[in-house]
Every structure is written in C-alpha cells, then in structure tokens.
Design a protein around this ligand. Structure first.
Ligand code: NAP
Length: 308
C-alpha cells in the first residue's frame, strides 16, 4: 500500500474506465475518499449495490465539491457540459483531469469552463475492453498499460502533473507525456482507424446475410472473431471518438485505402513476392508489441486471463 496521493478523488461517469480506476485506487490505497456520479439512476443504484465508490452522489457537482482531483470519465462528446456543471463548485487548487480517447477536442470543450484557480491535466489510459458499464471494471486493467498525460499548455503546474502521474503509476500504469495533436494522430493509427476497419469488416459480413446466419458465426476463426470483439465496443463512445478526431482519422483512413489498393493489385497480378514481403514486415510489428509487454503470445492474445 502506498500513501494516498489525493485526499479526495471524484469520478464523474461510472463505466469501465472509472470503475477500474476506483478498484485500482482502492488496491493501492491511493485516495482517502472516492466519490462518484453517473447520469442514470440505474447506474448509480448499481454502483451503490456493488460498493463502487465510497460515496455515490446524485449530481456531478455534489461529487466534485471539495475534491482534490476530479476525473471526467464520460464519453468525449459529454465532457464540455459536465465541466460546465462542476466548474462553480471546484475547490481552488484542485486538479481536473479526464480519460477521453481524444485530447484536442476535449481540451477545447473543457478548458473554457474551468476557473483559473484549478489545474487542468488531461489524460488517456491506453487500456480497455469491449465491455462497458459500472460492473465491467477491474483493478488490474491499467497494470503495465500506458497512460498518456497531455498537459493543456506549458503553463500547467508541474506539481499537479507530477501528482496525477503518481496516481496513474500507483494504479499500475506506465506514464508518458505528449502534446494533444500528436496524441490524436498516434491514437488514430493505433486505435481509432483499426476500430473503424473492424466495424466495417463486421458490417460487410452482416450484409452477406446468407453467410451471417450460418457460417460466419459457426466457423468464425481468429481473424473475424477478433474483429467482432473490437466491433462490440460501446457505440456512444466510438461515435464520439470519430466525430472528435475527424482530421487524424480521415488522414489515416486515406493512407489505409491507398495501401489496400496496392495489396489488391498485388493479389490481382499474382505478385506473391510483394505480399510475402509486406506480411513479413507486419509480422515484425506484432513481435515488437509482444516484446514491449503490451500483449502476449497466448491463444486469444491472453485476453481470457485478463478478464475480471
Ligand atoms: P462506459 O462504460 O460506457 O461509461 C460511461 C459513463 O459515462 C457511464 O457512467 C454513463 O452514465 C456516463 N455518461 C454517459 N453520457 C453522459 C452524459 N451526457 N453526462 C453524464 N454522464 C454520462 O464508458 P467507458 O468505456 O468507461 O469510457 C469513458 C471514457 O473513457 C470515454 O471518454 C472514452 O473515450 C474513454 N476511454 C475508453 C476506453 C475503453 O476502451 N472503453 C479506453 C480509454 C479511454 P450512465 O451509465 O448513467 O449512462
């Protein structure tokens, strides 16, 4: 157990990311008290029933009042309105952070609402599953995963950044800092475009109705099965990601389409050398990810072992 990093932490939004934060904070003894708020009564009831948060509040403002750290854990498109709601009650000297998958648009939506008396340190944990809601979280989600801190500008208090870093490290994450635009481009390559491609591939199979009703499910092999896992991700979250990281995602998808045409042509022309050379390069990337400890060689990429 470490010493608490913050006396009071407020989690606004109680889904996968916030609930995993709560269990990881408890595991590490990283906060004196954690308050929480979710939009629907059903989620707040579930949170109370399973002991998610020390105190579940009936408004975001009530949860945020007096907190030393407030973390916005709602979909990217809802960050601005939540920030507006809590702004009047924020304790001077408090830190406001978020966990949104896109950073530039969240900064633009949140920063204008915050008083000068608080520190704004946006963050993005690169960890998740296709599950959502208050019961989907687990303490180990952030173990050995990256969390990117994106201080809004050069004037951000280094002490506030260091404390948030200590919290994420206490939750098991490795922490890096990055500029917002760079973050959005990197994530467009590593997460956003791959999700869109998975959604598309599953959509294509769905259009082949005859196949979907029988063989696609029955014979679903690793390739398609992995796509369906990704394509089962929360629709609201991902709608907001694409609407808020438009430019970078469209840039990467443009490049993707060009590469796809090149591979398509190689298949049509019977250019096996090209295909073999291409697949050898991509295989090396997979090896690099395993060597970096970001996935395992285990069947199903070790995911079964990580589930709660
Ligand atoms: P989630 O499981 O779907 O939970 C979202 C939570 O936000 C729920 O408690 C929901 O309340 C609340 N909420 C939704 N709309 C709201 C609104 N307009 N006002 C107030 N509360 C609202 O989502 P999540 O996976 O934890 O994602 C939360 C954030 O983390 C998102 O910004 C996402 O981009 C980011 N993120 C997600 C992942 C991932 O893999 N899932 C990874 C990294 C970062 P109700 O339950 O009452 O509807």
């Amino acid at each position: 157990m470490s010493a608490p990093v913050y006396e009071r932490v407020a989690l606004i939004g109680l889904g996968l990311i916030a609930s995993s934060m709560f269990w990881a904070i408890k595991r590490g003894g990283l906060a004196g008290e954690v308050t929480g708020y979710a939009r629907s009564e059903a989620t707040r009831d579930t949170a109370r029933r399973i002991g998610l948060c020390d105190r579940v509040c009936d408004s975001a403002a009530e949860a945020a009042e007096g907190a030393d750290l407030v973390v916005l854990c709602v979909p990217v498109g809802a960050m601005g309105s939540v920030a507006e709601e809590i702004a009047p009650v924020l304790k001077p000297g408090a830190t406001v952070s978020d966990v949104g998958s896109v950073k530039r648009s969240v900064i633009n939506a949140v920063a204008p609402h915050l008083p000068d008396t608080v520190h704004f340190v946006p963050a993005h944990p690169l960890a998740g599953t296709e599950h959502s809601g208050p019961e989907s979280g687990f303490a180990e989600l952030y173990d050995n995963r990256w969390c990117i801190l994106v201080p809004a500008d050069e004037t951000t208090d280094p002490e506030a950044v260091a404390r948030l870093r200590a919290l994420w490290e206490g939750m098991g994450a490795n922490v890096d800092e990055m500029d917002a635009d760079h973050h959005d481009l990197v994530l467009a390559v590593t997460s956003h475009a791959p999700h869109l491609i998975a959604y598309t591939m599953v959509g294509v199979a769905d259009h082949l109705r005859r196949v979907t009703e029988s063989e696609v499910i029955k014979y679903s092999a690793a390739g398609f099965r992995d796509f369906t896992r990704i394509a089962a991700s929360d629709p609201t979250m991902w709608r907001d990601v694409f609407l808020n990281n438009k430019e970078a995602t469209l840039d990467i998808l443009g490049r993707f389409t060009e590469e796809l045409f090149v591979l398509q042509r190689a298949i049509r022309m019977g250019d096996g050398d090209h295909l073999h050379e291409y697949f050898s390069r991509t295989r090396a990337i997979r090896r690099g990810i395993i060597e970096a400890g970001q996935d395992t060689e285990a069947p199903d990429f070790g995911r079964a072992a990580k589930k709660p």
